[in-house]
Design a protein around this ligand. Structure first.
Ligand code: ADE
Ligand code: ZN
Length: 338
């Protein structure tokens, strides 16, 4: 490494493929949106909110995440939320993001699908114009809700399908296997949408098999527990399936006890197409580069590992072949110069 690790990571062209836009809601913004929308929060300071962010598992976090999303009511809220994220991504050297949103977390509170989608899409357009950051939108179904609700959400998305790249599956994993949503994912795929799913974050390797076999996923979100199954790991390597891994999330949700035990290095050494992502940065204590730096230090990633991770973030994206080729050339040029 010819320069400091922090600077090398900061300058490396990279994409983020696992980011819940509602998870980028900072406590300061939560207060601001609550105030302008006349919503009362159960906290009286930013510090009190931050102090509540101590989680022992995914569900602990989700309870607070859905409560926080309650301050998002207007198109301006969704626009401002997404713009704040894109500004931070650009500052981290991020060139592209594929962002998740959870429409059911809003429509179930009476906020129309169109308010959410219009706000996010206008921010995506502005980010491309003013920051040079491209992005794609991925609609996630909440897996703790039922199949009918997912079909209803897909129906609401119909007028926006030309601007939605894919569908995903998130929320409480254990007890809600991918098989529960096989039919709605088939319907989404028939509409030409890309397919991703959270699997193997807390759930067993069987859920990763199901995501592959029953949902025909293009990427696996997280995938940590796939490593418990040798045949599954081999399949993911052979198929070159991208894993969107989230180191600080894994630490904060106790998927790993310590970051030095994080499987990132092992994943790369096995030939898995791992990527680094922030998941819900406002809740887990770090944006994209914080995740890169923390996992690089904790698991002793080499310079070549970092370049591989940067390349994986684009080859695993839903950008066109030409766009990917441009980003690969930019990484090669950066690596040659640094
Ligand atoms: N929703 C937001 N973040 C999530 C995560 N890490 N896992 C599952 N659902 C989520
Ligand atoms: Zn996630």
């Amino acid at each position: 490494m010819t320069q400091d690790l922090t600077a090398f990571i900061a300058g490396l062209p990279k994409a983020e493929l696992h980011l819940h836009i509602e998870g980028s809601l900072e406590p300061e913004q939560m207060f601001e949106f609550a105030q302008r929308n006349g919503v009362t929060l159960p906290f009286d300071s930013v510090e009190a909110i931050r102090a509540a962010y101590a989680f022992s598992n995914l569900q602990d976090f989700l309870d607070i995440y859905y409560a926080g999303a309650g301050v998002l009511l207007t198109k301006a809220d969704f626009h401002d939320l997404a713009m704040a994220y894109f500004r931070r991504l650009a500052a981290d050297g991020g060139r592209h993001a594929e962002i998740f949103f959870d429409p059911q977390a809003h429509t179930d509170r009476g906020v129309p699908f169109s308010v959410v989608a219009d706000g996010l899409l206008s921010a995506m357009d502005e980010a491309e114009k003013t920051l040079g950051v491209t992005s794609k939108l991925i609609l996630c179904f909440l897996r703790h809700l039922d199949e009918d609700a997912a079909f209803e959400t897909l129906k609401q998305a119909e007028p926006y399908l030309d601007r939605i790249a894919g569908v995903g599956l998130d929320s409480s994993e254990v007890g809600h296997p991918p098989s529960k949503f096989a039919r709605v994912f088939k319907a989404a795929a028939d509409k030409g949408l890309k397919i991703v799913a959270h699997a193997g974050e807390e759930g067993p390797p069987e859920y990763v098999w199901e995501a592959l076999d029953l949902l025909a996923v293009d990427r696996i979100d997280h995938g940590n527990r796939a490593l418990e199954d040798e045949a599954l790991t081999k399949r993911l390597v052979v198929e070159g399936k991208t894993l969107t891994v989230c180191p600080l999330s894994n630490l904060k949700l106790c998927v790993v006890g310590d970051l030095t035990d994080h499987p990132m290095k092992r994943m790369l050494d096995l030939g898995l197409k791992a990527t680094v992502n922030s998941d819900d940065p406002a809740y887990f204590g770090g944006y994209l580069n914080d995740n890169w730096l923390a996992v690089a230090k904790a698991t002793n990633l080499t310079r070549d590992d970092l370049i591989t991770l940067a390349k994986n973030s684009f080859t695993g994206s839903f950008l066109s072949k030409d766009q990917i080729a441009e980003h690969m050339a930019a990484i090669d040029a950066y690596a040659a110069a640094n």
